[in-house]
Design a protein. Structure first.
Length: 590
C-alpha cells in the first residue's frame, strides 16, 4: 500500500465508515474539516467515495455554515485552540448539528483536552479519537507538512520568537507520518547544522508517546532496520537551483503550474482551454513524470499508437501533435477520455521542449558545468566565469535565472569576496536590493561572502555512477540520493549523520504504556496495513525538490525490499527557493 492509500484507507475505515448510519431517515452525516484535514482528504479520497459512505456535505470549520440541527457531524480537525474554540461555539452558541463525533489529526495536549471535556459542548460529543495523521500525502512516497513558515523560523537566528512552537508542531507531524506507516524508526540527523539535533529530540519524544499508546508500532519483518533522517536544506543548495529536465520537475519549474492544475489550449479550429489535475490517478503521468524530456514525446506517441491499434484504429501513426490528436478524437469519440490524456501529455512535452529550445538549453549546460565542476568530456572546469558571462549579460535571460547562476558559481567556489560579488551583480545587471537573495543563503550555513573567512563545511564525496544513463544536460545527481543509498547500505558517515543518543537500532526497546489513553484510540485490525521490509524516511527542513522526490522512487526500485519515503515542510521549485532566500531576513506577518 502506498502512503496515499494508507491514509485514504485509514480515513475511511477509522473516521467515516464506523459512523455510517442505516438507510432511511437520518442516514446522512456532515463532515467538518479544517485546512489541513481538507488537504489530506483531497489528496487521498475522491468526493464520490466519501458520499457513498453516508456523507451528505463536506464543510469548512473556519467558515460560517448553515445550521443542520437534525444531522450528526463528524469533525476531522487539528487539536488547536482555534479549532476547539470553533467546535465548542457550534454547540454552545449555535445549534449547529445534532451531535459531534470528533477525530483529532494528532495528539491533543492535556490542557486543550481538559478544556474541551469541561465545556458545555462535551455533552454533545459522542466519540473522541486521535487518528495520528497530521500531514498531507502528496504522492505514494512523498509527504508535506504544509508549513511555509518553517524555513524562515529555522534559518534566521533573529526571528525565532515562534521557533519553539513551530518545532513542536512539525515534530508532532513527522511522528504522525511514522505512526501512520506503523514505523518506530531509529533516528539520525545531519550534525553540521546544530538545530537538527533539537528537532530530532522533539521527534523522539513524540515517537515515544505514540509507541506508548501502541506497543506494536515498529514491529514486523525487518522493521528494526527502519530509519528516520532529519536533514537541513543547507546540505545541498545546488539541487534547488538547477534546471531539472525530467518531466515533472520541468513542468513545475517552467509552466507556472499551481495546485497541480495544468492549463492548456487544444489548438485547431475548435480551440478549447482545458484544465487537468496532474496526480497519480493519471497512469500516463506516473509513467512519464520522472523521465527525461528527450524521451517523453516519444513515449507518449508510442503509447498512443499502441492504444489506437488495440482499439482497431490503424491510421494514427502520424498523430504526433495536439492538432493531430484533436482530429483523432473526432474519429474516435467513444475513446475521448483516454485520448484527452494523451493530448495533455503531448502538450506538456511540447511546451517543455519549446522552453528548452528557447534558452533553457544554454542555461543547463553552464549550470551542469558549475555544479559538477567538470564539462561534458569530464575535464575540470578551469574558467567558470568565462562560461557564465555571456548568459549574465544576455537581456533575454530572466533575472532569477541569472541569480541562480551566480549562486551556483559562489557555491562552486565555496564563497567569494564582497568585491567580486558586487562585480558579478553589476555584470548581470542585478540590483543591490536583490543582493540579499544571495547573501541570505549564508543563513543555511553556506559560505557566500568570505571576506571574514570561510566556515568549515563538510561535503560528502560524490559517487561515480558509471551504469546510470546520463544526459549531457543532466549530469548532476541530487546529494540526497547518495545519502539514501549509504543509509540503506549502512555506509552513511556516522560523524556527520549520527544516531540520536538512545535511538540507534534497538529491537528490544519497549516504551511504557500510556497512562492517559491506554489503547482506546487504536484499532488492532489496522496493523494489516503495514508492509514487510524496512523503510527509510527522510525529512528535509526547508523544502524538498521534485528531483529529490524522484530519487526516492529510484532508490526504492534499486534497493528492494527497502522503501524510501521523503517529505518536507513544503515542496519547492527553484523560484520558490529563491523567494524564500529573498525574504529570509524580512519581517514576517504573525
Amino acid at each position: 500500500m502506498s502512503l496515499k492509500q494508507i491514509v485514504g484507507s485509514k480515513l475511511l475505515n477509522e473516521v467515516i465508515r464506523p459512523l455510517k448510519k442505516g438507510e432511511g431517515r437520518g442516514a446522512w452525516n456532515v463532515l467538518v474539516v479544517d485546512t489541513l484535514a481538507m488537504k489530506m482528504l483531497s489528496a487521498c479520497c475522491k468526493m464520490h467515495n466519501i458520499m457513498e459512505e453516508g456523507i451528505t456535505i463536506v464543510e469548512d470549520l473556519n467558515k460560517r455554515r448553515e445550521p443542520l440541527p437534525t444531522l450528526d457531524a463528524i469533525y476531522l480537525i487539528s487539536p488547536t485552540q482555534e479549532s476547539i474554540d470553533r467546535l465548542v461555539n457550534d454547540y454552545c452558541v449555535r445549534n449547529q448539528y445534532k451531535c459531534a463525533h470528533v477525530f483529532f489529526t494528532e495528539a491533543c495536549s492535556d490542557q486543550l483536552f481538559s478544556m474541551l471535556s469541561k465545556s458545555a459542548a462535551a455533552r454533545f460529543i459522542k466519540n473522541l479519537k486521535e487518528i495520528n495523521i497530521a500531514f498531507t500525502p502528496y504522492e505514494s512516497q512523498v509527504f508535506t507538512l504544509d508549513s511555509p513558515d518553517t524555513f524562515f523560523l529555522y534559518y534566521n537566528a533573529q526571528k525565532q520568537g515562534g521557533l519553539t512552537a513551530n518545532l513542536e508542531r512539525i515534530a508532532e507531524q513527522i511522528a504522525t507520518v511514522c505512526a501512520t506507516l506503523g514505523e518506530y524508526p531509529s533516528l539520525r540527523y545531519r550534525a553540521d547544522f546544530e538545530r537538527n539535533v533539537e528537532l530530532g529530540h522533539l521527534v523522539e519524544q513524540k515517537l515515544d508517546a505514540y509507541k506508548a499508546d501502541d506497543p506494536s508500532m515498529g514491529e514486523g519483518a525487518d522493521k528494526a532496520r527502519s530509519q528516520l533522517i532529519i536533514i537541513d536544506r543547507g546540505f545541498d543548495s545546488i539541487t534547488p537551483l538547477l534546471h531539472e529536465l525530467t518531466l515533472q520537475a520541468m513542468c513545475y519549474d517552467l509552466l507556472g503550474i499551481e495546485n497541480d492544475v495544468y492549463r492548456y489550449e487544444t489548438g485547431g479550429n475548435e480551440n478549447v482551454e482545458k484544465e487537468v489535475l496532474l496526480d497519480e490517478n493519471d497512469e500516463l503521468w506516473v509513467e512519464t513524470r520522472h523521465k527525461h524530456i528527450a524521451l517523453v514525446s516519444q513515449e507518449v506517441t508510442r503509447g498512443l499508437k499502441k492504444f489506437s491499434e488495440a482499439k482497431g484504429n490503424k491510421g494514427t501513426m502520424d498523430a504526433k501533435s495536439i492538432k493531430d490528436l484533436s482530429m483523432l478524437i473526432k474519429k474516435m469519440p467513444q475513446h475521448k477520455k483516454e485520448l484527452n490524456k494523451f493530448s495533455t501529455h503531448l502538450s506538456l512535452a511540447e511546451e517543455c521542449m519549446k522552453q528548452y529550445q528557447n534558452g533553457i538549453d544554454k542555461l543547463c549546460r553552464v549550470e551542469q558545468d558549475l555544479s559538477t565542476g567538470a564539462d561534458i568530456e569530464g575535464e575540470r572546469v578551469k574558467d567558470a566565469m568565462k562560461l557564465m558571462v555571456p548568459l549574465l549579460i544576455d537581456p533575454a535571460v530572466r533575472s532569477d535565472d541569472r541569480l541562480r547562476l551566480i549562486l551556483l558559481y559562489i557555491l562552486s567556489k565555496n564563497g567569494i569576496s564582497e568585491e567580486n560579488l558586487n562585480k558579478l551583480l553589476q555584470h548581470a545587471n542585478i540590483s543591490m536590493a536583490d543582493k540579499e537573495t544571495i547573501t541570505n543563503a549564508a543563513y543555511l550555513g553556506l559560505n557566500i561572502v568570505t571576506d571574514s573567512g570561510r566556515k568549515k563545511t563538510w561535503t560528502p564525496t560524490r559517487k561515480d555512477r558509471p551504469h546510470e544513463q546520463v544526459y549531457h544536460s543532466s549530469r548532476w545527481v541530487p546529494v540526497i540520493k547518495d545519502i539514501m543509498e549509504d543509509a540503506i547500505d549502512d555506509r552513511l558517515d556516522a560523524k556527520h549523520f549520527p544516531f540520536l543518543a538512545g535511538r540507534q537500532i534497538n529491537q528490544g526497546y519497549r516504551a511504557p504504556t500510556s497512562a492517559r489513553y491506554g489503547q482506546w484510540h487504536k484499532e488492532r485490525g489496522q496493523q494489516s496495513q503495514q508492509r514487510s521490509g524496512p523503510r527509510l524516511i527522510i525529512y528535509i527542513v526547508g523544502g524538498v525538490t521534485y528531483s529529490e522526490m524522484r530519487a526516492a522512487y529510484e532508490v526504492t526500485a534499486a534497493k528492494k525490499p527497502w522503501e524510501v519515503i521523503i517529505g518536507a515542510d513544503r515542496i519547492i521549485t527553484p523560484d520558490k527557493f529563491l523567494a524564500n532566500l529573498r525574504d529570509l531576513n524580512k519581517p514576517r506577518e504573525q
